[in-house]
Design a protein around this ligand. Structure first.
Ligand code: TXA
Ligand code: MG
Length: 342
């Protein structure tokens, strides 16, 4: 179905499954989610099992009306209200202290809750049909890139969920921005389309957070999900940063050696540079002029390299401002932070 043509029969069926404690994979504007009733601890347990995800990694609670924020958050601060008014419905997740009624299973045992009101109309109809409070992580098996197509949900979760709603390719392609409002200064735990720059316009002083978690820091990370390995393709992924001509020459030279050794090579590049690479698989993610296109295609490309057996993969680097910050954050995680500076 599409956002313009909602299939009410499917929505009703999804609602029944969710209210009965079952799981439904569904499209949002960011990535596909794996939903269950947020107030049913058994549903949350099933989500962890289906994803193969550690149960200390909390789930985002999805709502379909701003006023429902109060039903899951114990204290809705003035900052939270301003953010909700400015960016909801949309790709922003807000962390606040949780209400005791919300099961510990849903929040991974934390006393805070992450809340999001997605803009996708299929998601909103489904949340409403399912009772209004849907816990949902991204609908991938733990460690894989988040799904941007229903087909990827099927590949990862077939037989582990009760229903998959196909809403076509998602519009944005990277997960929501997460902002934590439980500290003295609001801090971004995960960069996304609602950028640090946009958030500052509404709230003023905001900690942009680290671009990637510090792997040598043993203290508990703020967003438990950040400590886990993410998105990594099966092949070795290296980011190459520098002047475009030097980056192209470096990657082509490396790939010549790999190909001589019989290794299948891949490149993640842009429209501006794609004609200059020599590799088995050259994939343009979009144009540097429009970083949104790169964001939309990145996870699909990472999955394709696995399907096509790439052993060594090189990626161009992106500016870490605006949406580029979200792109670089995901790329760095996928590359295990392996970056060559030229
Ligand atoms: O765009 C999105 O946010 C997608 C769609 C489906 O809405 N969802 C998503 O969920 O990306 P997930 O579970 O894959 O990522 C949520 C991240 C995890 O890293 C988790 O640790 C963190 O949010 N998180 C959830 N609740 C939290 C909390 N109370 N405090 C800190 N981090 C939290
Ligand atoms: Mg995820």
């Amino acid at each position: 179905m599409t956002e313009e043509e909602i299939d009410e029969t499917q929505i009703r069926r999804a609602g029944e499954i969710l209210r009965g404690g079952g799981l439904v994979a569904f499209p949002t504007e960011t990535v596909y989610g794996l939903g269950g009733d947020a107030f049913n601890p058994e549903s949350s347990r099933k989500i962890y099992a289906a994803k193969g995800r550690p149960s200390d990694n909390p789930l985002i609670v999805h709502i379909c009306r701003i006023e429902d924020l109060e039903r899951v958050a114990a204290r809705v601060t003035p900052e939270a209200r301003r953010l909700a008014e400015a960016f909801w419905p949309g790709p922003l997740t807000i962390i606040l202290p949780k209400r005791p009624e919300l099961p510990a299973e849903t929040t991974g045992g934390l006393d805070t809750v992450a809340v999001r009101f997605p803009s996708n109309r299929i998601a909103r109809a489904m949340i409403s049909a399912g009772g209004g409070f849907i816990a949902a992580p991204s609908a991938n098996r733990s460690g894989r890139p988040s799904p941007t197509l229903a087909q990827y949900c099927r590949e990862d979760l077939d037989g582990r969920v009760d229903m998959i709603i196909d809403g076509g390719q998602v519009g944005l392609g990277l997960e929501s921005t997460i902002i934590d409002l439980t500290d003295t200064v609001p801090v971004i735990l995960r960069p996304g389309f609602v950028t640090w720059e946009k958030l500052q316009e509404v709230l003023g002083n905001i900690d942009a957070g680290s671009l990637v978690p510090d792997l040598n820091d043993d203290t508990a990370p703020k967003a438990p999900g950040m400590k886990y390995r993410h998105y990594a393709p099966k092949g070795n992924l290296t980011i190459v940063d520098g002047e475009p001509e030097k980056v192209i020459a470096y990657i082509n030279e490396k790939n010549r050696c790999h190909r001589a050794a019989g290794i299948r090579t891949g490149v993640i590049c842009t429209e501006e540079t794609k004609d200059y690479y020599e590799a088995d698989l050259v994939k343009s993610a979009g144009s540097r002029e429009e970083e949104e296109t790169v964001a939309r295609e990145l996870f699909r490309i990472l999955r394709e390299f696995d399907d096509e057996g790439a052993g060594e993969i090189y990626a161009e680097s992106f500016d870490s401002t605006g949406v580029g910050r979200a792109v670089m954050n995901r790329l760095l995680k996928a590359a295990g932070q392996r970056v060559v500076h030229l």
